[in-house]
Each structure stands twice: as structure tokens, then as C-alpha cells.
Design a protein around this ligand. Sequence first.
Ligand code: AMP
Ligand code: MG
Length: 269
Amino acid sequence: MKDSYAVKPGTKVKLSDWDPEDTGDEFHSKKEAEKELERLRAKMRDLQEVMFAEDKHRLLIVLQAMDTGGKDGVIEHVMHGINPQGCQVTSFKVPTAEELAHDYLWRIHQAVPGRRYIGIFNRSHYEDVLVVRVHNLAPEKVWKQRYKQINQFEKLLSDTGTTILKFYLHISKDEQKRRLESRRDTPDKQWKFSFGDLKERQYWGAYMAAYEDALTRCSTPWAPWHIVPANKKWYRNLVIARTIVETLKSFDMKYPAPEEGVETAVVPD
Ligand code: AMP
Ligand code: MG
């Protein structure tokens, strides 16, 4: 696997240079990669347990993608091993009236995980420079300022002890077509089929341009973006699981010291 799919801060992202079909050179199929994914999930489970006990770190995982890009799949297949008690998933939808009455980061800040928790954002504040930009939901003057505001917001989170991992799940337009058709044709998946997604698909080019800007301007040393090749689900899961495990390992955590005398404590009848 490539060392890292992180975007080096300061480099201009051109998504046509990033191959959504990429599967690295270590494994060639889902079956071959299965054991490795299981090993990584077990490792993640162990590390999360220490993280919860140590009560020192916060980890925020941001997932962004086009419709059908696999955000739900990552949450299901990568995170399913970890203890739900230490994990919070927040899905950001069209803002409510109350949310719109505040600044766009208000709802985001409230959902940032506290110490000892892993927080997962299914969509995020980046929608405010993606869908908002593509559909002119705010004037250009307004959304243009947001890249800087987002960087400053993430800097604040980072300075105060939150580690941020941002993943853009990169699928091709052809792959989206296949996935939408599969939703249409599979009874158990039809509930996920939305005519709105067909409409959004027509804005593919505008979304790619908006993503390129977000990935270019908001990949910072304190909160880099990762562009994850996501046409092949097994590889997408592997890349993300690996990045999360590496990040948790870098925390260099240990269980808190036990109370003195614990070894000889007598448990009363
Ligand atoms: P889903 O993730 O499929 O449940 O859809 C959620 C919808 O909410 C998507 O169409 C997003 O584009 C939309 N959404 C999320 N955040 C915002 C936002 N800040 N402004 C406008 N639409 C948003
Ligand atoms: Mg959707």
C-alpha cells in the first residue's frame, strides 16, 4: 500500500491525477485482504479500549464523499469492531431552522467528541463549501471565506487536543452509476435510492471542482485530507482502517496506573 494518501499541505489537488480504481500492490482481491482487515479491526479494538481507559485523547474522523461514495459502508465495515460506548457517529443533514439561525460551525462544534471518544462525522462542515457552493445556497463572498475559517476552527480543535483525520472517499462517475443501478435493482437497497441523487449527479463536474478546492485549501499540517481510492470497497476499508490504527498507535497510550495496593485487595463476601 502507498505510504499515505494524505494530501501534502500546500499542494494543488487535481482529482483526475488520483485513481479511484487504485488497489495498491499488496493484495489483489477482497478475499486476499480480508485477514488483514480483520487484524486491523482487532488492533483498533485494543487501542480504543486503552484510549477509553486513559481518558486523554480525542479523535475526530471526518467522512466526505459523493452520493454512494461509501460513507455508510466505512462506518459499518471499518468501525463495527469497536466498542459503541467509546464511539459517536453524527450525520449532518440539511440544516434545521435552528441550525441556520446560527453560524455554520455551531452544530459542528457541538458534535466534536470529548476526551476518550472517537467521533465520526458522516458529512461535515465541508458541506458548507460543497453543496452550498454548487447550489449557490450562500453568496460566493460568504462561502469563499469559509476555507480560512474552517482551517482556523480545525486549528483550534487541534491545539486543544483533538486529532483530526479527514477522508474523502474518491469514486468515479461510472462507479456511481453502477452503485445507483444496484440500489435501484436490489429490493433491500431500494430504500436508499433517491431521485435527489440522480439530480445531484448532474452536477458532478461542479462537485469535483468544489472538492478540489476544499482538498487543496484545507489540507493543513494539523488536519490533512486523505484521498482514499474508493471504487473497490475492500481497498477503501483497508486504507482507512490502516490510517486509523497508525494514528491511534501514535498516541502511545497506556492504561492508567491502578490504585495502590490493588494486587492484595481483599474483596469482601
Ligand atoms: P444523506 O447523507 O444522504 O442522508 O443526505 C444528507 C443531505 O444533506 C445531502 O444531500 C447533503 O448535501 C445535505 N446537507 C448536509 N449538510 C448541508 C448543509 N450544510 N447545507 C445544505 N445541505 C446540506
Ligand atoms: Mg444520500
